[in-house]
Design a binder for this molecule. Structure first.
Ligand code: PBE
Length: 267
């Protein structure tokens, strides 16, 4: 297929996910910043709908352009590639960071220390996400904690137990964050905390922490995905640094498609 045919066959449409996602905002920016995407549409719906459309297209070996990210099982399940992004709209490497409300360090130093210490590898997160295909996230996270008690011991080393204090973590509603939040919940519960997990849109993650309505979050993707929210609230929350390095977002296509770059998409 020529790239002109590809663009016509996908009806000049990018298959997106939830409108509140950082990657949705980045994709709207891409439509503005790439002249060749003038006239393209970004169809937002849900992650589940995007994955269904991707799977259907691959079954028929048809072209499709989706908004994709890693870690995600889509790359294990299908042969996919990121389109090159010469304008750098989607950034290069993304890191997932931990943020906390101002005052958490004084109010709950034990939780703060643990949250500050939590750092794992993409393979760890992937193993929770993979198990969660077959069981609840709570169970998949518990399985990971049981298998990785050494790492958990490092995170909690020297931290005193507490007596049922309540702490609320906000997360975004994607598998990556369901995995990290559920692992953090179990680790904090082992320490004696009573943990509530609240899934919200990325914008609300930052609003809730900045307002002090929630205590902490392991959900922000930086610098591209949620950078605009970060900047909007900068100074109103504590940045505890990365909990995972080596994530990525971008436009993703099946490997059989004969294009390599966002610039190969035609008006
Ligand atoms: N994601 C997964 C989210 C963050 C985690 C890349 C789909 C987003 O775009 O906001």
């Amino acid at each position: 297929d020529s790239s002109a045919n590809i663009s016509e066959e996908v009806e000049h449409t990018i298959t997106g996910i939830e409108p509140g996602a950082g990657i949705a905002q980045a994709t709207d920016n891409a439509l503005d910043e790439y002249e060749n995407l003038a006239g393209w549409e970004h169809e937002k719906s849900s992650t589940a709908a995007m994955l269904t459309a991707l799977g259907d297209a691959i079954d028929k070996e048809e072209p499709i352009v989706v908004t994709g990210w890693s870690p995600h099982y889509m790359f294990a399940k299908w042969d996919l590639k990121y389109l090159e992004d010469p304008n750098g709209v989607y950034g290069d490497v993304e890191n997932i960071i931990t943020i906390a409300r101002k005052g958490l360090k004084d109010d709950m130093p034990e939780a703060y220390t643990i949250l500050d210490n939590i750092h794992w590898e993409p393979e760890d997160m992937e193993s929770v996400m993979l198990d969660a295909q077959e069981m609840e996230f709570e169970e998949a996270a518990q399985k990971w904690v049981d298998d990785n008690q050494d790492m958990v011991d490092e995170w909690t080393k020297g931290v005193e137990p507490v007596d049922g204090e309540s702490i609320e973590l906000v997360l975004t509603p994607w598998d990556t964050e369901r995995s990290s939040a559920n692992v953090a919940k179990i680790v904090l519960e082992q320490q004696g905390y009573d943990v509530t997990l609240t899934p919200v849109d990325p914008s609300v993650v930052f609003e809730a922490i900045a307002a002090g309505d929630a205590d902490a979050s392991l959900a922000p993707w930086m610098p591209a995905t949620h950078g605009a929210f970060y900047e909007k609230h900068e100074g109103e929350f504590e940045d505890l640094g990365e909990n995972l390095t080596g994530a990525k977002i971008g436009l993703v296509v099946p490997s059989y498609m004969d294009i390599d770059s966002i610039e190969d998409l035609e008006p």
